[in-house]
Write a protein that binds this ligand. Structure first.
Ligand code: ADP
Ligand code: MG
Length: 242
């Protein structure tokens, strides 16, 4: 479904991603783990084109897209991805419903009535329909993140990118967001999930990537990576995460 080829990104002298290659099949839930500062966010941001890498291609829907330049094909590819951030970035002055409607109207040019119908359905899916008319400041962090997930899903992305969706939450709110993500995954959405919740990654992902020092150090099924890691750095990381 998606292939990332030779993705390299530096910030000044700091080479964060060094010729990353990835292959993702439709329906894959790919867990990305690795130490802090190792380029996990940068990887998602390059795929979502919030960062422009020096080098790198995405092969998607039979087309090869050069990610190192902004052009029509890369914009097209960008539209097939949706992103959920650690900090939810909801519009403070809009209700939950209006937050989900926004992209549908602005990006997809849907009518207000159509956008509202779709948005309500998406809020329903994440268990937030009864909060549709509430403003973000009246929602808990977990509820806000569920709205952010609904907002991303409303645009029907073919690839959902989640960057540590639970790490800004109070511990008691993590569970409801993980539950929501688990449900979304069970519906067959293809996703790349960066997370420090090792148990969750282990259960929800069908592939796991351990990223370190700008490289994919380890790649395999959760069972392979978590119970039988081949690389010393993976072993050490997992030991520390326990
Ligand atoms: P992770 O998500 O794995 O914690 P990041 O992708 O956020 O790591 O960051 C990887 C490295 O790139 C870090 O050293 C970080 O300081 C650096 N970095 C990330 N974004 C920028 C930026 N916009 N400008 C300069 N350096 C950055
Ligand atoms: Mg990060």
């Amino acid at each position: 479904m998606l292939e990332i080829k030779n993705l390299s990104k530096s910030f000044h002298e700091n080479k964060v991603l060094d010729h990353i290659n990835l292959k993702i099949e439709k329906g894959d839930v790919v867990g990305i783990i690795g130490p802090s500062g190792t380029g996990k966010s940068t990887l998602l941001r390059c795929i979502n084109q919030l960062e422009i890498p020096e080098e790198g291609e995405a092969v998607f829907g039979g087309k090869t897209v050069d990610l190192s330049k902004k052009h029509k094909d890369s914009l097209e590819f960008r539209k097939s991805t949706g992103m959920v951030f650690q900090r939810f970035y909801l519009f403070e002055k809009k209700t939950a419903l209006e937050n989900v409607m926004e992209g549908l109207m602005v990006v997809q040019k849907k009518s207000k009535a159509d956008a509202k119908a779709i948005a309500l359905k998406e809020l329903e899916r994440v268990g937030m329909a009864s909060w549709a008319n509430h403003y973000p400041k009246h929602l808990s962090g977990g509820q806000q993140q569920r709205v952010a997930i609904a907002r991303a899903l409303a645009l029907k992305p073919e690839l959902l990118l989640l960057d540590e969706p639970t790490s800004a939450l109070d511990p008691e709110l993590v569970g409801e967001v993980l539950e929501t993500i688990k449900n979304v995954a069970a519906e067959g959405h293809t996703m790349l999930l960066v997370s420090h919740e090792m148990n969750f990654v282990r259960h929800v992902a069908n592939k796991v990537i351990f990223l370190d020092g700008g490289h994919v150090v380890e790649y395999g099924t959760p069972k392979e990576v978590f119970t039988n890691p081949q690389n010393e750095r993976t072993k050490e990381f997992l030991r520390k995460m326990q």
